[in-house]
Ligand binder design. Sequence first.
Ligand SMILES: *Cc1c(COP(=O)(O)O)cnc(C)c1O
Length: 460
Amino acid sequence: MDHKHLLRSLPKVDEVLRQPALAALELPQSVVTDLVREHIDCLRRRVLESELQVLPSMEALCEDICRAAKAAAKPSLRPVINATGITLHTNLGRACLSEKAVQAAAAAARRYSTLEYDLESGQRGSRYSHVEKLLCRITGAEAAMVVNNNAAAVLLILSALGKGGQVITSRGELVEIGGSFRIPEIMEQCGCSLREVGATNKTHLRDYEKAICEDTRALLKVHTSNFRIMGFTESVSLQELVALGQETGLPVIEDLGSGCFFDLETLGIHDEPTVMNSVKAGVDIISFSGDKLLGGPQAGIILCKEKWIKTLKSHPLTRAMRVDKMTLAALEATLDTYLDPEKARQEIPTIRMLAVDPALLKLRAENLYEKLTALGVTCQVIPEQDQVGGGSVPTQLLPTWAVAVDPQNVTVDRLEERLRRQSDIPIIGRIVKDRYLLDTRTLWEEDFDYIAGAVKEADQ
Ligand SMILES: *Cc1c(COP(=O)(O)O)cnc(C)c1O
């Protein structure tokens, strides 16, 4: 058949829209009309490119459109199952909130709240008051405030303290954390000039001392979150830098990045300093993320000496970086849990996942294995190693247990794709040595039946 005849036989949009299958779709008419038009256009293009010699039946066309419509009806931002074992998977949303934090965020979202209202006086209150006392109590800091994320916090601090002057930083700490957030460029954005000192691998106290001049506004220390310099290295300790700051009257600023409250050393995870350590050392202003090792909502937490809080709170950028009520509610609940470290370990998913005993992960893997083999899936329980993620703990892998699936009817790439693209709850796993791994560290046991069923179905 020639093109012309096929093109003439293409169904009209109205005709397709009248089909009962489409009329039954629970989607706005405009969305369905667009889908029908797209599908007919696609058919037309394929005819013109001689890809199609026969048009699909009306039933087949409607089936295709209904499938596309169902996919379009799903929200774009939706839950997934993280089978990668990476606790702070940045692309999958970093920290999962505790149940208490989820409830608090939902309650703040659903109804009116005391966001900026003081019940005692009946007057306007401050949105920062809800978490300031808690932050000070947990960390020992004199004052605290919260902005949208840590990138914003660093921007605010450098703008408020460094503008028009120089800020001194070690060459070993000029970090890029991704998403074009780099210390040198942030400085430029804040209107302060970066005075780099030392070398990539070694910076001495005398390097800072020599660089201090009339224009110096602050000394900045940046936690090298996502990399480590190993070998012939030396850096100036917080204590030394604070002593220099006190001697010269310059504030010491620290961008801690991950901002951990829980002493990970007790879990055998090295090299992640606690926030309390920096407060104790006497750092003037500290900032860190809410949704990295803290395990709370996305936020930038600032702890500082009393004398700096007014400058920060009244800075014009603060309003532009204002933290919202759901975040504050979730953060307050998370912080409240930290008042009891054992509770934090059990209830905050990030800490729980990092602290979990590998023996328990093995039991979990065996449980998932049982469910999979009961459905006829070929798999094996294997020991594995995990990254922490979120640009934290870059040089250490944590021991874990996973179920390695050997698909029998499709390739391992196809299995991965099917689990990722399925319409219900997508499962994100990783392929290692031609096997599909379900890593139990980041899984919830209540999802195991669903996961087993989905894997069985994807291997057909
Ligand atoms: C992650 C990180 C940031 C940015 O924090 P966000 O909360 O993601 O904005 C800034 N500095 C360092 C050192 C980091 O590790």
